[in-house]
Design a binder for this molecule. Structure first.
Ligand SMILES: Cc1cc2nc3c(=O)[nH]c(=O)nc-3n(C[C@H](O)[C@H](O)[C@H](O)COP(=O)(O)O)c2cc1C
Length: 220
């Protein structure tokens, strides 16, 4: 059993998305003590932001005419594709930044899509596999809140990872994560704590479940 785990928080200390993903990974690990984890940490080691454009056009250039930079970008894109294809369960930790996804996350997605196995014409390359998307948001974005509709990240991620790549994707959301550090949000601390506890519990459940799903698929 192999778990692919991607983190994208730009902080290591106090990261909620990492902590909730840790909970899910621990639940998966309990089910699969000898399982392998493939890690990609975009917060610690961002991908070069110009690699996507280079890889995208390299596809139009005959291999023997490609520059060294094009070959490197294509190799990076293929490596990212390999990492995804080598797994049977998936865990993504993604904070909301500036009402959308970070440039780090977008570069990763664009480079994966530059791999022909994931790009236009490919058919849901991860179909039938299960994954969990852990979202961390400083504020609240639910219906009735002033910023309802301002999260431009979650729908995009679900579209690409769930629909285009075909993962059976579950979502766990931790909201109001800034309540502990922003004085103006201090009244919201109890609600934030409630959201966080719910997120950890759901992450543990999903970690166990997608482990079970992968095991069932492997035994077919
Ligand atoms: C540069 C930056 C931009 C952010 N933009 C938003 C935002 O647009 N909306 C929001 O609700 N929270 C925003 N936040 C707060 C993060 O979403 C929140 O702190 C989240 O918990 C970060 O994930 P982490 O805890 O895994 O690091 C931002 C944080 C940073 C550092």
């Amino acid at each position: 059993m192999t778990l692919f785990r991607l983190d994208s928080s730009i902080r290591l200390e106090g990261s909620i998305s990492r902590a909730v993903a840790d909970t899910s990974e621990a639940a998966w690990r309990a089910e699969h003590p000898t399982g392998e984890v493939i890690r990609r940490d975009l917060g610690v080691a961002p991908l070069p932001s110009d690699a996507w454009a280079t890889a995208a056009f390299a596809g139009w250039t005959p291999v023997d005419q490609q520059t060294a930079a094009q070959r490197d970008a294509v190799a990076l894109s293929a490596q990212l594709g390999d990492e995804l294809l080598a797994a049977d369960s998936y865990l993504f930790g993604v904070p909301l930044y500036n009402w959308g996804i970070s440039q780090h996350m977008k570069t990763w997605i664009d480079l994966v899509i530059a791999d022909p196995r994931f790009g236009a014409g490919s058919e849901t390359p991860l179909a039938g596999r299960s994954g969990l998307l852990v979202i961390a948001r400083g504020g609240a974005y639910g219906e009735g809140t002033p910023k309802f509709g301002w999260d431009h990240s979650t729908a995009y991620l679900t579209r690409v990872i769930g629909e285009v790549w075909g993962l059976d994707l579950r979502i766990v959301e931790a909201e109001l994560t800034l309540a502990d550090i922003v004085p103006a949000m201090s009244d919201l601390k109890p609600l934030a704590a409630e959201f966080l506890a719910t997120a950890h519990a759901a992450a543990a459940t999903h970690g166990r479940t997608f482990g079970e799903q992968a095991a069932a698929m492997a035994s077919v």
